[in-house]
Design a protein around this ligand. Structure first.
Ligand code: C2E
Ligand code: CA
Ligand code: CA
Ligand code: CA
Length: 274
């Protein structure tokens, strides 16, 4: 039994070493990808809940890792967060998104911001520089931040949001409903919008508890005068339900997956022609 125990231990250590090696290799490749500007940005349509016309896009980072293929942001954003790469990555995405936005004067551009960026007191300054370089109106840019960070650091969140809003950019609370939500608390922060996480919207038609939660959440947000985006809409019926609950904006595969810039432009051309 002792022998078996030792063997298992060795196995376990080897697995840990392998994990660490893989993570280090991923980090190194990511660092190179950022330096060489190999990361790209895909754009997912945000649509008006009633007309289904495109009113904005969310910028989502994409990485085609050499020798591996596409890696999910859920796999590499956390690595970027813990290895000091997130600020460079975030800046790259913001630059590309603002540059792309120049072709779409009527669209809102939503960009995800990690706690590691948001936490930096100089964040608002570099946002200001990017907006100036891209010559894009601040009002068209919405920065999406997740509720986890807000709850852990309410005071810093408030300060960061204030600085950003002084620039004229909008701030949305992302992934709402995925963690410990306390909507009553939202009011103090000056958010311009909330985005309801897919983990809530996906069950809208099948789970009466999810439905009631959603209904109550959207009603409360509307009572606070906060517009609401529902993400993860995969069917027309889900979209209809969320529109009826009071969401003004929808996002999800039913309306379009994240796509290249040119595809957004093509859809806009079709939309205006109609
Ligand atoms: P998120 O901000 O909640 O973004 C929405 C995610 O849901 C995206 O995944 C999108 O492709 C996916 N999605 C949208 N509609 C549907 C749908 O109808 N069905 C399903 N199954 N999925 C849908 P993606 O692109 O893999 O990004 C995952 C997460 O990675 C994002 O979640 C965001 O938290 C983070 N992320 C992506 N790009 C960036 C970035 O540039 N910076 C930072 N800090 N985080 C990013
Ligand atoms: Ca988001
Ligand atoms: Ca989400
Ligand atoms: Ca997220």
């Amino acid at each position: 039994a002792k022998e078996a125990g030792r063997a298992r231990m060795i196995c376990y250590e080897t697995a840990m070493d392998t994990d660490r090696e893989e993570r280090n290799a991923l980090e190194l490749d990511l660092r190179n990808a950022i330096e060489r500007q190999e990361l790209t940005v895909a754009y997912q349509p945000l649509v008006d809940a009633v007309s289904h016309q495109i009113t904005g896009v969310e910028a989502l980072v994409r990485w085609n890792r050499p020798g591996y293929g596409p890696v999910s942001p859920d796999a590499f954003i956390p690595v970027a967060e813990t290895s000091g790469l997130i600020e460079a990555l975030g800046l790259l995405v913001l630059r590309k998104a603002c540059a792309a936005a120049r072709q779409w004067p009527d669209l809102r551009i939503a960009v995800n911001v990690s706690p590691g960026q948001f936490r930096n007191p100089a964040f608002a300054d570099y946002v200001r520089h990017v907006l100036k370089d891209a010559a894009i109106e601040a009002e068209r840019v919405t920065l999406e931040i997740t509720e986890g960070y807000m709850i852990q650091n309410p005071e810093r969140t408030r300060q960061s949001i204030e600085r950003l809003k002084r620039l004229g950019v909008k701030v949305a609370l992302d992934d709402f409903g995925s963690g410990f939500s306390s909507i009553g608390y939202l009011r103090q922060f000056g958010f311009d919008r909330i985005k309801i996480d897919r983990s809530l919207t996906m069950d809208v038609l099948t789970d009466s508890h999810a439905r009631e939660m959603l209904q109550a959440t959207v009603a409360l947000a509307r009572a606070l005068d906060l517009p609401v985006t529902a993400e993860g809409i995969e069917t027309e019926e889900q979209g209809t339900a969320l529109q009826l609950f009071g969401c003004d904006e929808l996002q999800g595969y039913f309306f379009g997956k994240p796509m290249p810039e040119a595809e957004i432009s093509r859809r806009l051309a079709v939309q205006t022609a109609r």
